[in-house]
Design a protein around this ligand. Structure first.
Ligand SMILES: [Zn+2]
Length: 362
C-alpha cells in the first residue's frame, strides 16, 4: 500500500460511446463474437489540493465525422462533478489520438504533459501511412503544436512525478509515445491504462487491440502496469463499456474452480436467454406485473455474476413498475435484449480468458 502518500480520488467521466463487436477490439479473432460497445472517458485525479485531468476527449466536429455518439463535452462532464476546466492547471495527455487530445481550448490555464516520443510520432514519418494516422485528427495535432509554441507542453522522456506520488510512465505499444498514470489511492496503487488496455480482456488474455504500433511493446506495457499497480484489478481499462463489475467475477472465480465456473456461466446464459423471451412477451402484452417479475429474476442472477449495468436496469424497471410508472418501466426495457447479449458475451469472454476454452460455447 502507498502509505507514505496522501491518497487521491480517481473519477472516470464517460462522455461518448459507440456500438461495436467483440472482435473489433482484438487482434486475434474470437470464434465467440458478440456486441461489445465502446465507451470514451476522461479521468480526474483529485487530492492533496490538486486536480489533475487525464485526457481531454473530442468534440462535436470529430464526433460527427467519425459517427460517435457524443453524450457531453468532456468539460461538461467535469463540471458535473464540480471541476471547472477553465481553472485546471495540469492535464496529462496519454497520447495524441483524436479521442484523447481534442478539447485543448476548454483548458486555457493548463499545461499539457506529453511524452516527447508521442509528439515525434504524431508528426513524423509514420503519419504518411493511413494505418497509423487514422486515429489522429490533424486539427488536434496542430492545436497541440500551437501549445508547444506557447510553452504549455511539458515534455516527458520516460518517467516523471507530477504531484506527490502521481507518476507518468512511458509504455508505447499502442502508439510510440503512449504513457500511463500511476496514482496512490485508498485502495492502493492504481494505474490508469488509457489505450495500453482498451478492455480488461486485452490485458488479461492477452489479446491486443488491433490498432497498434508495436505488439511487443504493447504486451510489455501490460507487464509494466501489473508491476506498477497493486493488482490487475487496480488497472481500469481505457475504453471498457462497464457492463461488468470485474471485481465480482474475479471474487467468484477465486471462490470457485476451473471446473465449476464455466458451468455457472453456462447456466446463467441459458437462464437469461429464456428469461429474455418471457420479458419480451411481457413487453409485447404490456403486462407490467409479468415484466416486474421477470426483471427481478434477470436482475438477481445478473447481479451475482457482476453484470451490473443489466442489474441496475432491471432494478430500475422493477422500481418504475412498483411506483406506478409503467411507461418509464417499458421505456427502460426497450434496450434490454442488447444489454443482456452484451452482458452474457462479456461474462463468457471473461470465463474463457480466465479458464481457457473449457468455457461454454456461445
Ligand atoms: Zn488511442
Amino acid at each position: 500500500m502507498p502509505d507514505s502518500y496522501e491518497p487521491y480520488e480517481v473519477y472516470a467521466i464517460r462522455y461518448a460511446e459507440r456500438d461495436a463487436m467483440h472482435n473489433d477490439h482484438i487482434l486475434n479473432p474470437d470464434p465467440h463474437n458478440g456486441p461489445s460497445p465502446m465507451d470514451y472517458f476522461v479521468w480526474a485525479i483529485v487530492g492533496n489540493g490538486r486536480t489533475i485531468i487525464v485526457d481531454i476527449g473530442f468534440e462535436e466536429k470529430e464526433a460527427t465525422a467519425r459517427g460517435r455518439n457524443l453524450m457531453r463535452r468532456p468539460a461538461e462532464g467535469l463540471k458535473a462533478i464540480g471541476i471547472d476546466s477553465t481553472e485546471v492547471e495540469d492535464v496529462v495527455v496519454t497520447h495524441l489520438h483524436y479521442d484523447h487530445a481534442g478539447t485543448v481550448s476548454d483548458f486555457p490555464k493548463a499545461k499539457f504533459y506529453l511524452q516527447e516520443r508521442e509528439m515525434q510520432f504524431a508528426t513524423g514519418k509514420h503519419m504518411t501511412s493511413k494505418i497509423f494516422n487514422v486515429a489522429y485528427a490533424l486539427d488536434y495535432v496542430i492545436e497541440m503544436s500551437r501549445m508547444v509554441y506557447d510553452n504549455r507542453v511539458v515534455f516527458v522522456d520516460g518517467t516523471k512525478e507530477i504531484a506527490p506520488g502521481v507518476t507518468l510512465h512511458h509504455v508505447g505499444g499502442h502508439t510510440d509515445g503512449l504513457q500511463v498514470v500511476r496514482v496512490p489511492t485508498k485502495r492502493g496503487w492504481v494505474v490508469l491504462a488509457s489505450d495500453a488496455s482498451h478492455y480488461y480482456m486485452n490485458m488479461r488474455t492477452p489479446n491486443p487491440f488491433p490498432l497498434v504500433y508495436s505488439v511487443g511493446l504493447l504486451v510489455q506495457g501490460h507487464k509494466t502496469m501489473e508491476t506498477l499497480a497493486d493488482s490487475r484489478r487496480h488497472v481500469p481499462a481505457g475504453h471498457a463499456h462497464p457492463v461488468l463489475d470485474a471485481d465480482v467475477l474475479e471474487r467468484l472465480a477465486e471462490e470457485t474452480s476451473a471446473e465449476v465456473m464455466p458451468s455457472i456461466v453456462q447456466v446463467y446464459a441459458q437462464h437469461v436467454s429464456e428469461a429474455i423471451n418471457e420479458f419480451e412477451a411481457a413487453l409485447a402484452n404490456r403486462d407490467t406485473a409479468a415484466l416486474e417479475a421477470v426483471a427481478h429474476r434477470i436482475g438477481s442472477s445478473s447481479g451475482s455474476l457482476g453484470a451490473m449495468r443489466l442489474f441496475a436496469t432491471c432494478r430500475a424497471i422493477e422500481a418504475a413498475v412498483s411506483e406506478g410508472d409503467p411507461a418509464r418501466g417499458l421505456a427502460l426495457a426497450a434496450d434490454i435484449r442488447r444489454l443482456t447479449e452484451a452482458s452474457v458475451a462479456e461474462i463468457q469472454a471473461y470465463a474463457r480468458s480466465r479458464f481457457g476454452d473449457a468455457g461454454p460455447a456461445a
